[in-house]
Design a protein around this ligand. Structure first.
Ligand SMILES: [Zn+2]
Ligand SMILES: [Zn+2]
Length: 362
């Protein structure tokens, strides 16, 4: 239409007729919009038009994922480390999120809930889902206080729960289990909330900082709640070598893997061993430490992924090594941590009191 300059050069000879036609057009448009709204209210949105978005926010060493449903409902899984609080709030504003329908804290480590209090202050939250693990750190207690102060509905997650996020989008809770895992490398990690997102034929598995024991239990219980199989996998524990076992991958059968970790992390995330295991399954790997923010969009069948920066595949598949040996105490470990604790930087089980540095630990 814009290619026809003649229409501009020759205005209608009957302005009243033009006005009437214009009015009729507007009325028809309003009627069409009203009918469309009724239609949407009655049936799930057709997959051709309804698109679901999953964003892996670039929060450095930590996790934060934003899910936006076709009906613009919003879910936040984790809020990154404390220093990423502004980044998370900025992203919520950028994606037009004025309310979070559900917020999930996979587990109480600071690299997952560090930015949470700031998020709770920034936007109204309808429901908060926590892993329910006692964790006496300042970050965690402050977060719980904020939830109470704001009067947010609070629930503890357990395998078998299901959340319908608007029409056609389901979040199934696969872990933690009714009997919590104990005696693992980090029980906080092992009892992470594991969530499976499903939208039509699209599925994605969010694993928090799951440990090997979590994966074993998930395999045992596969089929009792939602299936483990997922087309996209949020790789557990920032790509740590202790998770993402071969048996687990065989069951999940992911097409794409997404790793959230920091560019300068001293833990050696992601581990080359984990990447090797993943390589046998996934055709595409994405990493926030190299590519920045990762955006996945799906119509419920096909999906596409865009990243902030373009990175060559061979660089994506190159893992990191820890900067110090696991046996040596980390320079970031709490001073009052029990001497000889096997991995002081991985677990805060040994540190009942919050040290001033606990915020930067996990
Ligand atoms: Zn973590
Ligand atoms: Zn953790």
């Amino acid at each position: 239409m814009a290619r026809r300059p003649r229409a501009r050069a020759a205005p209608s000879r009957n302005p009243r007729r033009t006005l009437l036609l214009l009015l009729l057009g507007v009325l028809l448009l309003i009627a069409a919009l009203l009918l469309h709204r009724l239609e949407i209210g009655r049936r799930p949105p057709p997959p051709e038009t309804g698109r679901l978005t999953v964003v892996a926010l670039d929060v450095g060493q930590g996790d934060s994922f934003l899910i936006l449903t076709p009906e613009r409902k919003a879910v936040l899984i984790d809020a990154g480390p404390p220093e990423a609080a502004d980044r998370v709030r900025e992203a919520l504003a950028r994606y037009g999120v004025t309310q979070l329908d559900l917020v999930i804290a996979t587990h109480p480590h600071a690299d997952h809930i560090g930015g949470m209090t700031a998020v709770l202050d920034a936007v109204p939250v309808r429901m908060f889902l926590d892993s329910g693990q006692p964790h006496p750190t300042r970050t965690y207690t402050r977060m719980l206080e904020k939830i109470r102060e704001k009067g947010i509905r609070f629930a503890v997650a357990e395998a078998g729960q299901e959340f319908e996020i608007g029409t056609g989008v389901t979040l199934s809770i696969l872990a933690p289990f009714p009997t919590r895992l104990q005696g693992t490398r980090s029980d906080e990690n092992a009892n992470s909330i594991v969530v499976r997102l499903e939208y039509d034929a699209f599925s994605m598995l969010f694993t928090g900082d799951s440990e090997r024991e979590t994966e074993e239990r998930l395999l045992e219980q596969d089929g009792t709640t939602a299936p483990l199989q997922a087309r996209v996998l949020k790789v557990a524990h920032h790509g740590s070598r202790h998770s993402t076992t071969r048996a687990f991958l065989e069951r999940v059968r992911p097409e794409v893997a997404i790793i959230s970790c920091g560019a300068e992390n001293e833990y050696g995330h992601p581990a080359p061993e984990t990447l090797n295991r993943l390589r046998r399954w996934v055709r595409e790997l994405h990493r926030t430490d190299l590519e920045g923010e990762i955006v996945l969009r799906t119509d419920g069948h096909r999906y596409e992924i865009h990243t902030e920066r373009a990175v060559a595949a061979e660089d994506l598949w190159r893992g990191r090594r820890p900067r110090f040996r696991a046996e040596e105490p980390s320079p970031w470990a709490p001073r009052n941590g029990r001497a000889g604790s096997p991995l002081p930087m991985e677990s805060s089980r040994q540190a009942p009191r919050a040290s001033p540095r606990e915020n930067v630990l996990r």
